[in-house]
Design a binder for this molecule. Structure first.
Ligand code: AMP
Length: 217
């Protein structure tokens, strides 16, 4: 099963992806997480992506496509993948289709997690994550049992450096300009499913399972 997860920054894709991993055994591939790992390791790719990430712009398509097609190939043999944050431009979506088609595969479903713009900033600025296991939290909407500490492994939670109000506003603008057209792209292919992301986390998860259970049945 190959799932593309669309939705603006702060919609809750990371949180919902964790739940997909638990239920379906798919691999969660987040392009943003991959890039942050590259930055941490100070690789050429990480250094090239740095300026774009810090200002809330998209990194060049060729860098991202090369990185993500490698990640997808490495996950071959698993129950499937859920792509979070990729594709993010029409060019990336077309390249992804081409790469998958070469191996006789395709995107099975594109989930569009819809959240009103005025909710996004609050969701993002309250976001915290575990640097060890990647678990996602929110100080108000999904707090850890002990403030500032990961429930799973006890690591001290961190805030992303691009989760500041100014960069967040730029990331939302970038989303509308470059990524929102993908909704039409997958709609035309007939595999877009809309999920209302304005409701609480558990209800979003149930709506998502309702769509994906049909696919794996
Ligand atoms: P994210 O964690 O998905 O919010 O991504 C963080 C940042 O990484 C984005 O603001 C972009 O600068 C970069 N990035 C992640 N995914 C992509 C992508 N598919 N295309 C271009 N840039 C990306």
């Amino acid at each position: 099963m190959i799932v593309v997860f669309l939705g603006p920054p702060g919609a809750g894709k990371g949180t919902q992806c964790q739940r997909l991993v638990e239920r379906y055994g798919v691999k969660h591939l987040s392009s943003g997480d991959c890039l942050r790992r590259e930055r941490q390791k100070n690789t050429d790719l990480g250094r090239r992506a740095q300026g774009y990430m810090d200002s809330g712009q998209l990194a060049p398509d060729d860098l991202i496509v090369a990185m993500m097609t490698q990640e997808i190939a490495a996950a071959d043999g698993q129950a499937g993948v859920v792509l979070d944050g990729f594709p993010r431009t029409l060019a990336q979506a077309r390249e992804l289709d081409q790469a998958l088609g070469g191996g006789g595969k395709k995107v099975d479903v594109a989930l569009n997690l819809e959240v009103a713009d005025d909710k996004l900033e609050l969701r993002i600025t309250g976001r915290r994550s575990c640097p060890q296991c990647g678990a996602a939290y929110h100080v108000a909407f999904n707090p850890p049992r002990k403030p500032g500490v990961c429930d799973r492994d006890g690591a001290v939670l961190v805030q992303r450096s691009d989760d500041t109000p100014e960069v967040v506003r730029n990331r939302i603008r970038t989303y509308h300009r470059q990524t929102a057209p993908l909704v039409d792209y997958y709609q035309r292919k007939g595999n877009l499913r809309r999920i209302d992301g304005n409701v609480e986390i558990g209800s979003v998860t149930q709506a998502m399972f309702g769509v994906l259970d049909l696919l794996v049945a």
